[in-house]
Ligand binder design. Sequence first.
Ligand code: SF4
Length: 692
Amino acid sequence: MNPGAEPLTKTTCPYCGVGCGMLTDGARLRGDGDHPANAGRLCVKGSSVLDTLGEHGRLLYPRIGQRRVSWDLALDEVAGRFRRVIEEHGPEAVAFYVSGQLLTEDYYVANKLMKGFLGGANIDTNSRLCMSSAVAAHKRAFGEDVVPGCYQDLELADLVVLTGSNTAWAHPIVYQRLAAAKKRRPAMKVVVIDPRRTATCDLADLHLAIRPGQDVALFNGLLRWLHDHDALDRDYIDAHTRDFQAALDAAGDQPLAGLARRLGLPAADLGTFYQWFAETPRTVTLFSQGINQARNGTDQGNAIINAHLATGRVGRPGAGPFSITGQPNAMGGREVGGLANQLAVHLDLEDAAHRAAVADFWGAPALPAEPGLMAVDLFQAVADGRIKAIWILATNPVDSMPEADRVRAALEACDTVVVSDCMADTDTLACADIALPALGWGEKDGTVTNSERCVSRQPAFLPAPGEARPDWWALCRVAERLGYGAAFDYAGPADIFREYASMTGLARRFGKQLDLSAAGDLSDHQYQRWAPRAWPLDGGARCFGDGRFSTADGRARFVACAPPPAPDTNHRRPLLLNSGRLRDQWHTMTRTGRAPALFSHRDEPFVDMHPRRAAREGLEEGGFVRVRGDASEALARVRLDRGLGEDQLFMPMHWSDCFSGRARVDALVPARTDPVSGQPAFKHTPVAVAPW
Ligand code: SF4
């Protein structure tokens, strides 16, 4: 860096939920040494973000159909269409589908407009696909959607259990922190639980290549083992929890050898894991999409939390369950109530006192008393005509939803599809009746919350391209046209943040941890200079360390977790397809696809399979394979990988029609969801393969 150059702007990486701090001016970029998440480190993806900037490929002007129009005309059209649908069919006939890519301020305004003023609750988010099982597990156990710990706990722990997480690729800086800690303290143990041998296993002292979908059985077995080996923290259970016996009864009492056979593991390895967990007070269990994206994702999360409650290891230095989130602002969206079954600031739609407090705070005419439709049901309602107008912001459901072909057909047939996006060429934008150009990273201004509850700034340091505008601005202008201007009269993102931060005082009033209320009177200057801080602002780095939880009686709840459902494979679809992130790509590649260097790791869609499976199917390395699911089929190149079971496949999640033509993995995934969280089961898709 040139020491005489202009100072760099502090911002946050636009990619994963690690939420790394960056210093940049759009031409220079480096990690922010002062940011608690990364202390100056950046991964390959984050380091390449400047290569994705520029006007090429951007959506620069509002459009109605293919016709360029003024913002005024586009906003009149959006407001007019939404008003007509609500008048004729009620607020349940309109929907917003939003994104963990939105800034908290955009998210807050979208949720306030839908739930507070349009009068419906049909606002859901792509975080439903990512973290909603963890949200539900937290609420069941703790009474609130709270990650109790912080990244530092991974460095303080003596045992780190990584389950359902290819941390090395999906959250690289957390992995680097962990690797550095293990290098400093070689006695620290790492256990990786994953059906696949991934890059993360390079750090593992023990890799448990569990059969897919068996995590509840494994953690239920751990609870029973802790009980049988006198390794419970009885005092903690008695003083701070409820329902232990019900969870223990549900855990069963299968002998270790039989359980190990069921899990597909050597009994000695399973016993070693249980022994290490029992004897290591400083244990962190980090879990992610491999846990959440399952038909029993919520139970899987609760089975993990049960083991931590049983040993009193929640919210203590180096100890706790740790759900690491996928997107840069999935946490911020959860805080402001961006899921269809949430209200705002961690309050509940079904609770009359919560609704009254929120309605009073917003001056809102009426709040819905029932949850809205979760993502899969929401797009089904679009398909069958119950939802007649939908506004999609900052996400690409035509590629990322399960049964993605049906989602495309539903949008093509819908009366009104409004899409706000930065990019001009996405599979979802192709379905839009009205397209609104949004600001992207570096152009928009607001805040995000990462996986350890740390709120950081993402300021604007680049000019707006074309006529692109902030999403909050477009939402407010539509609110104005619908007659709600007074409630959406924000001068800028600082105004919105102050309102949101003040509103978290309600959360505190109802005994929640979410508290940013001390930031409710920040000046614009203080907002711009906000240094990364975790909530609750008046608390320490961890929550619940005192054994007091956000439930009405202050006690955590054990949850009786049912045995896992049987796998869905059959003679027509005998293989289980797993999907996930690559190290260097992000979501549907609308941004990372613009950086050529990021294709040097993997440059085309592929299917990983065991060499013996490939031979049995008449396939060989580098050949093309057709992957058939019940919903669709895909084409990709074969890669041989001995790190997979012979009945398993892996495909990356990133390729869309815009990039490859025939490798939209989510088109293969059936729309089956967890009954509690509504999260789709992306991880266990029954498929068949054949040479192309
Ligand atoms: Fe960005 Fe995640 Fe990489 Fe950090 S780890 S630089 S947040 S992609």
